[in-house]
Design a protein around this ligand. Structure first.
Ligand SMILES: NC(=O)c1ccc[n+]([C@@H]2O[C@H](COP(=O)([O-])OP(=O)(O)OC[C@H]3O[C@@H](n4cnc5c(N)ncnc54)[C@H](O)[C@@H]3O)[C@@H](O)[C@H]2O)c1
Length: 251
């Protein structure tokens, strides 16, 4: 299944719904931008607009954090940044390994945005012996033979898979056996993991296919001149139960 969902129940142990957890990074991004502009407080409406979320939903989400804002003043930006960062586990440093240092893995390794969000690229791993020792983003690539030792030495719990699809499950199995409990998978394949391991999948081509579906629908509306046309989506419109995550893609 092409999904960005984690293999977890809908509610986390501390009572915060998974859908709220998924919105916390959106609030954090908007709050960080306000903080960088030294904005001290923000109303729920302003923040909701900046995060692209409905304001009633935002207030409900923040109630799970025990954050209710002050009437007429709004939310304290710095405190909310701290609260959300703490809730997301970002007040600590997370060493991450990237496996598969080709076009995508190298681009990820070079992305500066991870470090500023608390994710440190601890190691780069590839199966190609010719790459071993070569620096990418200033970090020497290490061979997959040493994967288990690298995970252990660096205390890594988050792994990023950027290998071809055919290698991804085997890489995943090794990461999990070595102690990794969260995986971000870029390979276009479904990974099987044991309970207790979270997998999130990123697939830009699926996002593009969903956009293509909407483009096609818009073009159909224009052609028939139906400004408010009821153009019914196929039974499976490409959206999951939350309306934001593709559940099943057309063949
Ligand atoms: N999710 C997305 O939006 C998205 C976008 C682009 C690419 N991809 C996927 O990301 C993956 C990588 O794409 P790319 O363009 O970087 O490919 P690439 O061929 O440039 O790189 C793949 C790298 O993986 C290494 N590799 C192969 N088997 C391995 C193994 N068992 N263990 C460790 N390393 C191994 C190869 O040596 C190579 O360096 C592909 O699966 C591709 O489909 C996903």
């Amino acid at each position: 299944m092409a999904t960005g969902r984690t293999h977890r129940p809908a509610t986390r142990s501390r009572g915060i719904p998974e859908a709220t957890v998924a919105r916390l990074p959106l609030y954090l991004r908007a709050l960080t931008a306000l903080s960088e502009r030294s904005v001290p407080t923000v109303s729920s409406e302003e923040l909701a607009a900046a995060a692209g979320v409905n304001s009633a939903k935002l207030r409900k989400d923040f109630s799970y954090l025990g954050s209710y804002g002050t009437r007429g003043v709004g939310y304290d930006v710095e405190y909310l940044v701290y609260q959300i960062s703490r809730e997301l586990g970002l007040t600590q440093d997370w060493p991450v390994v990237i496996v598969g240092i080709g076009n995508l893995g190298a681009a990820l390794a070079n992305y500066g945005g991870f470090a500023s969000r608390g994710f440190r690229v601890a190691a780069l791993i590839d199966a190609d012996p010719a790459m071993a020792g070569k620096p990418v983003a200033g970090i020497p690539v290490q061979h997959t033979d040493d994967l288990e030792k690298i995970i252990d030495d660096n205390g890594v719990s988050i792994g990023v898979i950027a290998t071809p699809a055919g290698a991804a499950q085997q890489v995943c199995d090794r990461l999990v056996a070595a102690g990794v409990t969260s995986i971000l998978n870029f390979a276009p394949t479904v990974l099987s993991v044991p309970d207790g391991v979270d997998v999130r999948k990123v697939d830009l081509s699926i996002e593009l296919q969903i956009l293509a579906f909407h483009e096609q629908r818009k073009a159909g509306e224009e052609a028939t001149g139906e400004s408010e046309a009821v153009v019914r989506a196929p039974k499976d419109s490409g959206k999951g139960p939350d309306g934001d995550v593709p559940a099943v893609m057309p063949a």
